[in-house]
Design a protein. Structure first.
Length: 390
C-alpha cells in the first residue's frame, strides 16, 4: 500500500494543455489515482506540439507521468452518459473548458453532483465563471496583462518585462486549483458534501501583486499608483536588481536589507555608496550606475569567486541548461531518472516541488491506453465498452 498522502484519492481529469494537467500531476505525484479523459480524435493538444522525440510530444510527457488515459467523445450521448456513470467512482473532477461548455455537454456541476454528492468539481478558466469577460478567450500573457502583473515589471519608462514562464497558468491556475481542491476535501471530511471550485487564472495572477496592491489600497488617496521600475522590489533600489557582467551574463543582486548591501559594498571596496543607496531619485540612480560599471568590468566567474563564502544575497542568473547542474537543486532530488519501458530507454523527470514520500515514475499513457480497464473498473460490461469504441 502506498505511503503517499493522497493514496486512495481518485481524480477524473478533463483538462487540457497546462494549468489543469500540472495540478493533477502534483496530485498524482502525491499518490492520487488520476485518470485523464481525452477526445478520441487526437487527445490533449500537447501530445502533438513540438518538440517531439520518439514520436512523443515532450510537453505532454513532462505533464502526464503517473496518470492513466481513457478516450470518450463527450459530444455524443453515449460519451456523456459514460462520464456520468464514471463520476460516481471519483472524488474530484477537474476541467478547463470555457464557462458554460460543461452545461452544454449535459455535464454541469449540478448534474455531476446529483450523480455523486461527494464529488468536488474544479473548473479552471481564464477569467472565472462570472463577470463580463468570463467567455473571453485568452492565454497566460493576457491574464498577467489584465492583472497588472505584466505592467509592474521592467525598467522605469521602458517596456514591460516579457515573462519567460506561465505565471498565470501555473501560479494563478494550477496552484490555486490545488489549494481549492485540498480545502474542499478537508470540508468534505467534515460535512460529507462536495463543492464547486471556481479558479480564475486572472484572479490568481493578481495574487502575485498582493504585497504591493494591498499596500496601495490601504494608503487610499494618499498613496501613489504602482509604478514600473521605481519601487523597492521592481528596480527602484540599486540593492535589488540585475547587473550585466563583462561576458554578457547577469548577476541577481537581492541585498535588500542594509546589512546585506553594506556587506556587498564592502566586498566591492565601495562602502561609501551605502549612504545614497536608499534615497529615491538621482542619488540612488548614481549608486546603480556605479554598480553597473563595476559589475561590467569582470566576467561572471570572477564575480562568483570574489563574492563566494558570505551571505551577500547575490546569485548568478542561470541560463540554458545551467539549472540542471545546480548542486543545490540536484541535492533536493528534483531531477530523477526513470525507465520508460514503452520507449525502451531511461528518461530524466523533473519532479514537482512538494514530495512526501517516494514519487512514482510511471511513464505517461498512450492515448486511450487504459480506456477498457477504467470502464471495466466502473462496472461497464464488455458489450458496453465495445459500443463506446474502446
Amino acid at each position: 500500500m502506498s505511503s503517499l498522502p493522497l493514496a486512495g484519492l481518485r481524480v477524473l481529469d478533463l483538462s487540457r494543455l497546462l494549468p489543469g494537467p500540472y495540478a493533477t500531476l502534483v496530485l498524482a505525484d502525491l499518490g492520487a489515482l488520476v485518470d485523464k479523459v481525452e477526445d478520441p480524435e487526437g487527445g490533449d493538444g500537447t501530445r502533438h506540439m513540438p518538440p517531439q522525440r520518439d514520436g512523443e510530444g515532450a510537453l505532454f510527457y513532462g505533464l502526464h507521468r503517473n496518470k492513466r488515459s481513457l478516450t470518450l467523445n463527450l459530444k455524443t450521448p453515449e460519451g456523456r452518459d459514460a462520464l456520468l456513470r464514471l463520476v460516481e467512482h471519483y472524488d474530484v473532477l477537474v476541467e478547463s473548458f470555457r464557462p458554460g461548455v460543461m452545461d452544454k455537454l449535459g455535464l454541469g456541476e449540478a448534474t455531476l453532483r446529483a450523480r455523486n454528492p461527494r464529488l468536488i468539481v474544479c473548473s479552471i478558466s481564464g477569467y472565472g465563471q462570472t463577470g463580463p469577460d468570463r467567455l473571453k478567450a485568452g492565454h497566460d500573457l493576457n491574464y498577467v496583462a489584465r492583472a497588472g502583473l505584466l505592467g509592474y515589471g521592467g525598467a522605469a519608462d521602458g517596456a514591460p518585462a516579457f515573462p519567460g514562464v506561465q505565471m498565470a497558468d501555473i501560479g494563478g491556475g494550477s496552484l490555486f486549483a490545488l489549494v481549492g481542491i485540498l480545502a474542499a476535501l478537508h470540508e468534505r471530511a467534515r460535512t460529507g458534501a462536495g463543492r464547486f471550485v471556481d479558479v480564475s487564472m486572472a484572479d490568481g495572477a493578481l495574487a502575485f501583486l498582493h504585497l504591493h496592491l494591498a499596500s496601495r489600497l490601504f494608503l487610499g488617496p494618499e498613496g501613489a499608483p504602482l509604478a514600473r521600475g521605481r519601487e523597492p522590489l521592481n528596480g527602484g533600489y540599486p540593492c535589488y536588481g540585475l547587473y550585466r557582467t563583462a561576458d554578457d551574463r547577469w548577476l541577481a543582486v537581492g541585498a535588500l536589507e542594509p546589512k546585506f548591501f553594506a556587506a556587498l559594498l564592502a566586498r566591492l571596496g565601495r562602502p561609501e555608496l551605502l549612504e545614497d543607496a536608499y534615497v529615491p531619485g538621482e542619488a540612488s540612480a548614481r549608486v546603480r550606475a556605479e554598480l553597473e560599471r563595476l559589475f561590467s568590468s569582470q566576467p561572471l566567474a570572477t564575480w562568483q569567486e570574489r563574492l563566494a563564502g558570505s551571505d551577500l544575497c547575490v546569485e548568478p542568473v542561470a541560463e540554458g541548461d545551467d539549472v540542471l547542474s545546480d548542486a543545490q537543486l540536484r541535492s533536493r532530488g528534483l531531477f530523477v531518472e526513470g525507465e520508460d519501458f514503452r520507449l525502451g530507454r531511461k528518461v530524466t523527470h523533473l519532479l514537482t516541488p512538494l514530495r512526501m514520500g517516494d514519487t512514482p515514475l510511471r511513464q505517461p499513457p498512450a492515448l486511450g491506453e487504459h480506456t477498457r480497464a477504467i470502464l471495466s473498473e466502473a462496472g461497464f460490461t464488455a458489450e458496453e465498452i465495445s459500443r463506446l469504441g474502446a
